[in-house]
Every structure is written in structure tokens, then in C-alpha cells.
Design a binder for this molecule. Structure first.
Ligand code: EPU
Length: 408
């Protein structure tokens, strides 16, 4: 592969930012919005709630002046696990919310106990019956000190959204530090919120009277960047990756470098990756909250290690069921053993194309990375998962010389 790849806007930034727009009761214009199915589901939720929306050429416009509903239908809640983020946003915007529990179990159980316990500390009354959460904040939420038992990304976002208009000061400790959290804070501050954060995981939110609309550009998607870099590395490519924040992928860059790739920054927001004829990976890779190695990068990086010389050991610490791609990589001829959280990958000489099935978003990306380096044709089904998070991935890959075709 050779040429340039421009990285899309961040999926995990845009989703909470779009939910946050309903607190502004005004017009917000969001640039660099990825054209992915999770954004289209969020658009449907916003419209159901009474917002006006437009989405064209990666610009998303939301006007939430006439937001009128405080509930989200079960079918929309179930389509996207991150819809739970609307709980904090609705409570701030309207004082109440009625949501069903986000369904399914794609990456293992995804409880929301940290969200619920923290909301209750702020005075939110939550009634949980028949799979529905009915939330009411009475005369308003009250700022307080919340120490998270785990730095949950979703709970941190939800509590930030709930506390922007609360009375007094909310202090979150052991909060998530992912770049997408900082992006949400920057967006809200631009809307008139008063939020400070430090790199030790403390976030201080002073409640303000109201927010106003704004124009904002979301950060580039760090996981999409890592996915394309893994694809380049696996195919001995030489590609410029544009629209990145290098700091946000700094825990993964050493893995590429140790594998033999040469990475040169080109300017503040692009780098060039030159991969050797054969990769070498002999590493322990443990997924951790940011700034550790991201769980979302585990599958595409694992796909890359399947054909590298050496033994790679992965420990998945964030989700209990995030090795569903392994069975499919085995079909392509990979040598991987899994026991609980641990996966051991012995690099093989080459993979050979086969029919495989994606079962989650990052697993789908891993199958693309593996399929690109495999001998012969790889046919991947389950593209609905891929489309949740990657904008026009096949077009992007074809532009740099890959042969990827979508068939109905
Ligand atoms: N957890 C609990 N209780 C809670 C909340 C979380 O036990 O109340 C557990 C989860 O079950 C999980 C772990 O904590 O085992 C991490 O969950 P977290 O809340 O941090 O993740 P999330 O908010 O559900 C977001 C991203 C995920 C990403 C994780 C971790 C969005 C929309 N989703 O999920 O992204 O893997 O943070 O970084 O931001 C993806 O993009 O493919 C993806 C799955």
C-alpha cells in the first residue's frame, strides 16, 4: 500500500458530543463528524426527542430549541450501547429521562452500575422496573464529590453531562482520561460550561445557569488511525496518515517501531509509516484505560501480529468477551491460543484467504487487516459492525492500492 490516508473524525467523541447538544437548547454545528451508522442512529434519537438535524459533508447541525420528549424508544436504545449517554444529557436538559436498559452483550456484560450509583449521589431519583430506568431530578441535581471505582468512559461522560447545570461544584475522581473525554469537556466549555480537568483523573465541574450553541470540530479517530497503520504494517506498505493527534496514539507507536516500522512525523497532524518486508513482534500487550494500550486497538493489532515473527501475548483487561475475532483469524491460518483474558499469538509465515464473519466492530477491522495480508481472497460478512465505526474503509484502502470490494 502506498499513498495517503486521511483519518475520519472520532466515533467515541462525536456520540457524547451530539448527546450534549440537547443541553444547549440552541444550534450547534459540529465539523469532522464521521459518516458512520452510529451517527445515523444518534440522529434518529435526536429527531425523536424533537431536535432539528442536518448531516451532510461531515458537518452535523443540531438545533435542540424545541426538544420536547424525555424518553428514547427501546428499539433505538438497543441499536447502540452508547445511547445510555443520553441519560445525563436528558436529565440536564429536561430534569427527567425515561430510558430502557441498553441491551445485548457484545463484548461481555456491560453493566451501568457506576453510572447509576453516581447519578444517585447527585440526588437523581432512579426507578428501575421492567427494564426501564425512570429518572427524575426533582428541584435539580446537586454537585458533590464522586470517586469512581473504575475510570469508566461512559460513566465519566454521563456524569459530566449531568453536572454541567447542577447546583454547586461536582468533583469526579478516578475519572476516565481518554482523549474523547477531553474533547467532550472542550466542547462543553465552548458552550459556556465551567469544567476543569487534570491529568490525574480529577474533573471539576462548576454548575452554570445555561449553555449556548457553538461550532466545534471533533478530534480525529485514534482507533481508525491505528487500524490503518496496522493494515500498512501487515502489507509492507509505505503510507502517510493524515489528520491524527500523535499524542493520542503514543502507547501504540512503540509496538509498530519494535515491529520494524519506521515512523516519521511529517507535521503536527500527520506521520509516515514505512513497514519492513517482515514484521517482528515479541511483546506483552495489556489493554488498559488511557493512557495505556486501548482495548479498541487490541483486535486490529492482533491481526497484525499473526504474520509477524515472534510470539505476542495479549491480556484483555477491559472487556471480558473481546476475543471473538480469534476464531475467525484461526480460519485464515493464524496460530492463536486463548485462555480467559490472555491470547498468545505465534506468528505464522502467511495467512490464507477464507470466508470469515465479523462479530463486533473492532473484530471486523481486524479481519480486514488480516485479509489484506492473506494469500488469496478473504470474504468478510457482518459488515454492519464495521459500518458502525469506519467511514468508507474500502474506498480509503483502495486509494492506497488495496483490493477491497463490497458486494451486496
Ligand atoms: N463497567 C462497569 N460498570 C459501569 C460501567 C462500565 O462494570 O457502570 C465496566 C464495563 O463492563 C467494561 C469496563 O467497565 O468492562 C469499561 O467500560 P467503559 O464504561 O469504560 O466503556 P464504555 O463507555 O462502555 C467506551 C467506548 C468503547 C471503548 C471503551 C473503553 C464509546 C461509545 N464506547 O465504552 O468503544 O472500548 O469506552 O475504552 O465511547 C469501540 O469503539 O469499539 C468501543 C467498544
Amino acid at each position: 500500500m502506498e499513498g495517503e490516508v486521511k483519518i475520519q473524525g472520532s466515533k467515541n467523541s462525536i456520540l457524547p458530543i451530539l448527546a450534549a447538544c440537547i443541553i444547549c437548547k440552541d444550534e450547534c454545528i459540529i465539523h469532522n463528524c464521521p459518516n458512520i451508522s452510529d451517527v445515523h442512529i444518534t440522529k434518529k434519537i435526536l429527531e425523536y426527542l424533537g431536535c432539528k438535524t442536518e448531516f451532510e459533508n461531515n458537518v452535523f447541525v443540531v438545533n435542540s430549541k424545541n426538544i420536547s420528549k424525555n424518553d428514547i424508544p427501546d428499539n433505538l436504545m438497543r441499536k447502540m450501547r452508547s445511547s445510555i449517554i443520553f441519560m445525563g444529557a436528558l436529565v440536564s436538559s429536561l430534569g427527567s429521562a425515561c430510558l430502557s436498559l441498553p441491551g445485548g452483550c457484545e463484548l461481555g456484560p456491560r453493566p451501568i452500575d457506576i453510572h447509576i450509583d453516581s447519578f444517585r449521589q447527585m440526588g437523581l431519583k432512579i426507578n428501575e422496573r421492567h427494564g426501564k430506568l425512570k429518572c427524575d431530578c426533582g428541584s435539580g441535581l446537586i454537585g458533590c464529590n464522586i470517586a469512581f471505582s473504575f475510570p469508566s468512559v461512559g460513566a465519566t461522560e454521563n456524569l459530566i453531562l449531568a453536572s454541567v447545570l447542577a447546583k454547586g461544584t461536582t468533583i469526579l475522581t478516578n475519572a476516565a482520561k481518554e482523549p474523547e473525554i477531553i474533547d467532550l469537556i472542550h466542547f462543553l466549555n465552548k458552550c459556556g460550561a465551567d469544567i476543569k480537568y487534570s491529568h490525574n483523573g480529577t474533573i471539576i465541574i462548576e454548575g452554570v445557569e445555561r449553555l449556548h450553541g457553538t461550532e466545534y470540530t471533533v478530534i480525529p479517530d485514534r482507533i481508525a488511525a491505528i487500524t490503518y497503520m496496522a493494515a500498512v504494517a501487515s502489507t509492507s506498505g509505505s503510507v502517510v496518515i493524515k489528520n491524527i493527534v500523535e499524542d493520542n496514539i503514543s502507547s501504540v507507536i512503540p509496538i509498530f517501531e519494535e515491529a520494524g516500522c519506521i515512523i516519521n512525523p511529517i507535521d503536527k497532524c500527520s506521520l509516515k509509516i514505512d513497514a519492513p518486508a517482515r514484521l517482528y513482534c515479541n511483546r506483552l500487550i495489556r489493554t488498559m484505560p488511557y493512557p495505556g494500550f486501548p482495548t479498541d486497538a487490541q483486535a486490529p493489532i492482533m491481526a497484525m501480529t499473526t504474520t509477524a515473527d515472534g510470539t505476542s501475548v495479549f491480556v484483555e483487561n477491559i472487556f471480558s468477551n473481546r476475543y471473538k475475532h480469534v476464531g475467525e483469524l484461526l480460519r485464515l491460518g493464524a496460530d492463536i491460543k486463548v485462555e480467559d483474558k490472555v491470547a498468545i499469538v505465534e506468528g505464522v509465515k502467511r495467512l490464507s484467504g477464507a470466508k470469515v464473519n465479523a462479530m463486533d466492530l473492532r473484530g471486523a477491522a481486524a479481519l480486514i487487516v488480516a485479509g489484506l495480508s492473506a494469500e488469496g481472497t478473504t470474504e468478510i460478512s457482518g459488515l454492519e459492525y464495521l459500518d458502525r465505526g469506519y467511514e468508507k474503509i474500502e474506498e480509503t484502502l483502495c486509494k492506497v492500492g488495496a483490493y477491497v470490494k463490497r458486494v451486496e
